[in-house]
Write a protein that binds this ligand. Structure first.
Ligand SMILES: Nc1ncnc2c1ncn2[C@@H]1O[C@H](COP(=O)(O)OS(=O)(=O)O)[C@@H](OP(=O)(O)O)[C@H]1O
Ligand SMILES: [Mg+2]
Ligand SMILES: [Mg+2]
Ligand SMILES: [Mg+2]
Length: 381
């Protein structure tokens, strides 16, 4: 990434996301092998795991160390409520161990490890301190420690998403995609491999570069991708990252659209109607997490649509990193009314018109927006 400010922020953020990817790979490996007292449910019945809390604590601790705790404001998905309750001692112990094991490897990622292992109260404090509520003034980080937790617990795709917002604008976005290989052709190999995982214990697990980290700075006109790394020598952003670009396909007949796996998160029937009306012929690519944004940014798919049920309010951590990466890779992201997503109104994307549409180019985007208008009134959304 060329020198134009935010060098330290980019370096630190990419490296801490790399570190978080490694944490998640280890937890996912243990979940797939021996399910699961490391998973629990939140009040809305969505899953949360040792990895969600572990990543949040680790990223919070590293950002505070790197920029000073007084200068580090973080909006993040998880809180410490469940973990602090009396009957969560085993879970909490597991989170603390996971965080300490991850931080002991900090030097591999160019950070200083803590002088001694973090105490339970320090881990809880690191999680709790991510309590910014965002807004239109000043600087804050936005973190989704594990996006697509459902995919994560199912041994499938998930992402670690970190963004920096200043005065309501997303300035940096980093997406760690531990199961999304540098080349999409490697995906099949990976999926076959994972299905076998519960019976096999391959000695090389974790040592092959089966994931990637993507990142972009607003206004740079470039988005980058780096393989997952396991040593400080491989971290060099100049030598070990390559520019990614959106697809040049603009004919809907040749385009692929992606959407959430779960019908509960986005109406599959509505998007199927839209796809048909604009002439998209291929089957939708249903992928967990912000890996969908990564897929558009690097040209593996052309369209991403999400239409949540009425009343659901999208959260900023589910989109901030992905939006800037797609935009800098040459794509377009708006709500269904064609307006930019507004990250300046707190933790929710307030005022979002119906749904989210991300496309590799303006032509496809315009077609989808028109199709939404044409079919919205007869939809049940
Ligand atoms: N009802 C409803 N509608 C829409 N969106 C919801 C809903 N409930 C949750 N969420 C948020 O969706 C995030 C996961 O989105 P995905 O695109 O990965 O969905 S899916 O799992 O592929 O179906 C998921 O992110 P994580 O919690 O980080 O996994 C949630 O923030
Ligand atoms: Mg969640
Ligand atoms: Mg999420
Ligand atoms: Mg999450």
């Amino acid at each position: 990434m060329e020198a134009a400010g935010y060098e330290k922020e980019v370096e630190v953020a990419v490296r801490v996301v790399q570190m978080a990817c490694s944490l998640c790979q280890k937890v996912q490996e243990s979940l797939v092998r021996s399910p699961p007292d490391l998973i629990t449910s939140k009040d809305d019945r969505s899953p949360v795991t040792v990895a969600d809390w572990g990543v949040q604590a680790t990223v919070s601790w590293v950002l505070s160390q790197s920029f000073g705790s007084g200068n580090t404001s973080i909006v993040a998905e998880e809180d410490d409520q469940t973990l602090s309750s009396k009957d969560a001692t085993v879970l909490l112990e597991s989170v603390v161990n996971t965080v300490n094991s991850c931080l002991s490897e900090a030097p591999k990622y160019g950070f200083r490890a803590p002088e001694k292992e973090l105490e339970t109260c320090e881990v809880l404090e690191a999680i709790r301190s991510c309590n910014s509520t965002g807004g239109s003034k000043g600087r804050f980080w936005v973190l989704d420690p594990v996006d697509g937790t459902l995919g994560f617990v199912r041994g499938d795709q998930y992402a670690i998403a970190l963004a920096l917002i200043e005065d309501g604008e997303v300035i940096l976005g980093i997406l760690g995609c531990p199961n999304y290989p540098m080349k999409k052709e490697w995906l099949n190999y990976h999926q076959r491999y994972y299905r076998l995982m519960s019976n096999l214990s391959p000695p090389t697990f974790g040592s092959w570069h089966k994931g990637c980290v993507m990142y972009a700075r607003k206004g740079s006109g470039k988005a980058w991708m780096q393989p997952l790394v396991h040593d400080v020598g491989e971290l060099d952003l100049h030598n070990n990252a390559r520019v990614v670009r959106v697809s040049s396909v603009s004919d809907p007949a040749c385009a692929t659209f992606c959407e959430p796996v779960e019908k509960a998160n986005s109406s599959h029937s509505f998007t199927a109607g839209l796809a048909q009306s604009v002439g998209v012929r291929k089957q939708p690519l249903r992928v967990y997490s912000m890996v969908k944004y990564a897929a558009i940014a690097r040209g593996d798919a052309e369209i991403f649509m999400k239409f949540a049920r009425a009343g659901y309010k999208e959260k900023i951590w589910d989109h901030a990193a992905g939006v800037v990466i797609i935009q800098e890779a040459g794509g377009v992201v708006t709500d269904a009314g064609g307006r930019p997503l507004d990250f300046s109104k707190g933790i929710y994307l307030e005022g979002l018109d119906r749904g989210i549409i991300a496309c590799s180019g303006a032509l496809l985007h315009e077609k989808i927006i028109k199709a939404v208008d044409a079919s919205w009134d007869s939809s049940n959304l």
